[in-house]
Design a binder for this molecule. Structure first.
Ligand code: F6P
Length: 343
């Protein structure tokens, strides 16, 4: 049995931990061979491979990024994409594919399995934590820790200068990173895509924070939108091959609005890809390792068209289609809890 492995979409801490666990268990317990495909779906599309055996995965558990590389390639947008993938898998004698990715990468796996019989098992990853079938994706905890540390640091400099500091965090159209890091870091305002914000209300919170002789920290998710406007984008023309717009820009815009409405100096920190880089947290190493172990066991059981998912303490298998069908967003009640600390 030969198993192919690829990592697609935005990278996140923990990808290497999955690769290591899959290969270790696959070789030691099941006697499988592995082929690493380079750069997401571009690998099987172009026949671009890496050696993948136990020596190749030694020492990679704490390393960020992915030893296989990643990309946002969409094979359904490439001429003859599906035929080329099937031919390369056959040429490499790959019997099954473990696909580590988010909504887009796993959506491709679901279609390849359902429509073209490619034997795929999915592993969910994304710092955004927006896949509905799993309680958590690995990468999220690390991103939240990085953002929380940044907010802690920004508190001290904000107070030295009595400025408003706006922190823009990632998360695409879900506010999980903003909510968790904002609560953990003691932000005075948290703005998320699920709840349109009112600028007057935000300025009211900022002003009341100054009245209490503290400087406000405003955490804004890149996908957050004002009540009477749309997404605020630095580069509205930039899209990826899955058609997603490149988010970012709301932080800069918000600081300008706050400054002109309150008369207080306001600056922005955009955390950007720092949230995706570096070593995974202990939780993400643990989760990614368990996902890897369960994914290779799903291959051994011949359970294709499935994704591994965390439900409470258990790793379960869910249909790939279900895994990518619905975005997991922040419920109203969770956001309402955080509002206690606004202002
Ligand atoms: O999905 C992960 C993520 O980091 C989002 O939070 C963000 O909007 C997007 O990827 C950025 O993608 P890229 O690195 O391709 O610009």
């Amino acid at each position: 049995m030969r198993v192919g492995l690829l990592t697609g979409g935005g990278d996140c801490p923990g990808l290497n931990a999955v690769i290591r666990a899959v290969v270790r268990k696959g070789v030691q317990d099941y006697g499988y061979d592995f082929t690493g495909y380079r750069d997401g779906w571009r690998g099987p599309l172009q026949g671009s491979v890496s050696r993948l055996d136990i020596p190749a995965v030694r020492g990679i558990l704490p390393r960020g990024g992915t030893i296989l590389g990643s990309s946002r390639t969409n094979p359904f947008k490439e001429p003859d994409g599906v035929r080329r993938i099937r031919e390369n898998l056959a040429k490499d004698e790959v019997d099954a594919l473990i696909v580590i990715g988010g909504e887009d990468t796993l959506g491709v796996a679901a279609r390849l399995h359902e429509e073209h019989g490619v034997r795929c098992v999915g592993v969910p990853k994304t710092i955004d934590n927006d896949l509905s079938a799993t309680d958590y994706t690995f990468g999220f905890d690390t991103a939240v820790n990085i953002a929380t540390e940044a907010i802690d640091r920004l508190h001290t400099t904000a107070e030295s200068h009595m400025r408003v500091l706006v922190v823009e965090v990632m998360g695409r159209h879900a506010g999980w990173i903003a909510l968790h890091s904002g609560l953990a870091g003691g932000a005075n305002v948290i703005l998320i895509p699920e709840q349109r914000f009112d600028l007057d209300e935000v300025c009211g919170w900022v002003t009341s924070r100054f009245r209490a002789s503290y400087a406000p920290i405003v955490v804004v998710a890149e996908g957050a939108m004002p009540r009477d406007g749309d997404l605020v984008l630095k580069d509205a023309a930039a899209h990826d091959s899955f058609g997603h717009v490149r988010l970012s820009g709301v932080g800069e815009w918000l600081a300008k609005e706050i400054e002109s409405r309150t008369g207080k100096e306001a600056r922005t920190t955009v955390l950007g890809h720092v949230q995706r880089g570096g070593t995974p947290s202990a939780f993400d190493r643990w989760l990614a390792t368990r996902f890897g172990l369960h994914a290779i066991t799903a291959v051994r059981d011949g359970e294709y068209g499935r994704m591994v998912a965390l439900r409470g303490p258990d790793v379960v298998r869910v249909p790939l289609r279900e895994a990518t069908a619905r975005l997991k967003t922040v419920p109203d009640a969770l956001y309402a809890e955080a509002r206690t600390f606004f202002g």
